[in-house]
Design a protein around this ligand. Structure first.
Ligand code: ADE
Ligand code: ZN
Length: 337
């Protein structure tokens, strides 16, 4: 049932987005514009043809197209424009804080320098802070289908810039690439003082979520859907107040769930898990963060209190200071009242 009051609540609540791959915000129109200005040939006739190709059966299907799309990103200005477009869109959804992922290996392996990527993304984030009043953290992901040695080399490449990067994550093809494969590089990142997070339990089994917690020592889990298959793991997530960054429209488009009504968000809230709502790769999955909020609120019949809890969780689970978290959570409560 349409519910304008609920949609208005979603629109006005301040929120943080904790699971957003900046390369996944490359809208088809931008793909064309960057391809034209960089003289990169892409195998599509129009933005509509690109959208029609976004019909995925699983994570790998999507990743194959996602890595192809990156080929148009070459200059610092490309990374700036990509990030700025996302921030403007996020501001329209009342996002007040973002923790965005980037995939350096997707660029350095194509000959784009690490500094080019970082400078472009960061310049937009700094402008977003000044002009849109959106604070940020930047999280560098390792591609898990590549070796741990390659991840180590990427961390070494990042070391001169380390004060400008706040955390590391783990993404790409999950099955067959367990967190245990990356224990050494995560330990090293932890020693450098970086925050730690990892994709786990999107397609992979609950054991991967355990490994991420025990072997990588992550502070939160990206996705985590399949943790619900393991009651002892659920108890642990609740007891340790581990934040899960769930991505409902992504889950539908990657066939992690059959339809939006099968989203685990309500179950997680009922169990006492610190679940948050995120867009993942909005250009590919048909919606930004408020679209995700509306989709689950509608399909699962979430109450106003549950929607407010999701917004509070987004700040509580962020890498902000305790004082900043408290200030944002107070603002959520004020907007909800
Ligand atoms: N890279 C970009 N989006 C991803 C996702 N949903 N899972 C794993 N790797 C990704
Ligand atoms: Zn993701």
């Amino acid at each position: 049932m349409p519910n304008p009051a609920r949609d208005a609540l979603i629109a006005r609540l301040p929120k943080a987005e904790l699971h957003l791959h900046i390369e996944g915000s490359l809208e088809p129109e931008m793909l064309f514009a960057f391809a034209a200005r960089n003289r990169v040939v892409i195998p599509f006739a129009s933005a509509d043809a690109v959208r029609a190709a976004y019909d995925f059966s699983n994570l790998q299907d999507f990743l194959d197209i996602y890595y192809q799309g990156m080929a148009v990103l070459l200059t610092e200005q490309d990374f700036y424009d990509l990030t700025w477009a996302y921030l403007e869109r996020a501001a329209a959804d009342n996002v007040r804080h973002v923790e965005i992922f980037f995939d350096p290996q997707g660029h350095t392996d194509r000959g784009v320098a690490f500094g080019t990527v970082l400078n472009g993304i960061e310049r937009a984030l700094l402008d977003g802070e000044a002009q849109l009043r959106i604070s940020y953290r930047l999280i560098m992901c390792f591609l898990r289908h590549l070796s741990e040695e390659r991840a180590m080399a990427t961390l070494a490449e990042a070391t001169p810039y380390i004060g400008r990067i706040h955390g590391v994550g783990l993404d790409s093809s999950e099955i067959g690439h367990p967190p245990s494969k990356f224990a050494t590089v995560f330990a090293k990142a932890g020693e450098l003082g970086l925050h730690l997070t990892a994709h786990a339990g999107e397609e992979g089994p609950p054991e991967y979520v355990r490994e991420a917690l025990d072997l990588l020592r992550v502070e939160r889990i990206d996705h985590g859907n399949r943790a619900l298959e393991d009651p002892a793991l659920v108890t642990r997530l609740v007891d340790e107040e581990i934040t899960l960054t769930v991505c409902p429209l992504s889950n539908v488009r990657l066939c992690v769930i059959d339809d939006i009504a099968a989203s685990p968000v309500r179950m997680m809230l009922d169990l006492g898990i610190k679940v948050t709502i995120n867009a993942d790769d909005p250009a590919y999955f048909g919606g930004y963060v408020n679209d995700n909020f509306r989709a689950v609120a509608h399909a699962l019949g979430l109450s106003a209190a549950q929607i407010v809890a999701l917004a509070e969780n987004s700040f509580a689970g962020s890498f902000l200071s305790d004082a900043d978290k408290a200030q944002h959570i107070a603002a959520v409560r004020e907007a909800a009242a």
